[in-house]
Design a protein around this ligand. Sequence first.
Ligand code: B12
Length: 277
Amino acid sequence: MPVKSIKNWLFGGDEKKAKRSEKPVPREFKPDLKRLKPYGDHIGDGALQLSFTLPLPPSAEAKEAARLYAENLGLERVNVACAEAIGSSFTFFVVYGFSPSTIDVTRIKVRHPPFENLDYETLLVLAKEKIGRKIVVVGATTGSDAHTVGIDAILNRKGYAGDFGLEYYPCFQVVNLRAQVENADLVRKAVELKADALLVSKLVTQQDQHLKDLKDLLKLLKQEKGLSPNLLKIAGGPRITHPIATKLGFDAGFGTGTSPAEVASFIVQEMSKRMKR
Ligand code: B12
């Protein structure tokens, strides 16, 4: 159906009439960035949802314990919306409440990896002009960690959320060692392939295993003499941030929702800078 007919069908009558009935015009909304609160039913009501498990069998008393616990956290007008048994000794709760807390967003500063998002063509031109050869990227999920989806999302041609992975770019030679790769094997492979960038994924964070494995990798890299002096060391995973990764000694860290294009942009720009030195 043509657009005009759809409007006539929806609103009745001609287009002029239809335009008049296209309401409501959204009001411009300016949040109070100095005293920001969550939004539920009304702006600034502080409504939020919380889920947690108590080591109690399900009962009216357990539900009351969940309500009081949420009140102890500072929530007001708490409603326990869900109380589900998890086995015989645990209950999972979803509670709603209203928080009086506010956050001053104007004071927040987050450190990101230093790069500009480049489109595909610009990136290839930069890589050709400044680097002039294939950039060797070696990636893996290390230690006992078996999660491959994150590193695959960045490296494999099919990519992530409609964004092609590094294999799609002719400027990269990608070697994906996938999961449960020992740090020593990863370092050996980086030497053998003359890697320009090492990409490490960590998903399992229980008892800070991800930090232990990443530190161990850095130690091995420091001891190894056969690596490129410009080797880029990049860590990623849902609990990795740029500040965490750089504090450990990596060049960059990428967390949840990272697109391959961002990683490609960072590698090409950072390598271009280093090759000038
Ligand atoms: C799928 C999955 C599995 C699959 C993995 C299959 C596979 N081939 O990868 C299987 C079933 C094997 C599995 C097993 C286990 N899993 Co699991 N798993 C998940 C799950 C549901 C999704 C992970 C995923 O694929 N995400 C999708 C990808 C695209 O997202 P991503 O990894 O975050 O990657 C993005 C970014 O983080 C970033 N990124 C990631 N890596 C890198 C690297 C670089 C260099 C860069 C630049 C960016 C980058 O870019 C990606 C794209 O944006 C998560 C829960 C969750 N919802 O996250 C649990 C989860 C990770 N698993 C968990 C656990 C506990 C396990 C097991 C221990 C369970 C068990 N008791 O057996 C085992 C572990 C086995 C092992 N030895 O590692 C826990 C980890 C808890 C923790 N924080 O330590 C989670 C969080 C579930 C939970 N809430 O408990 N799991």
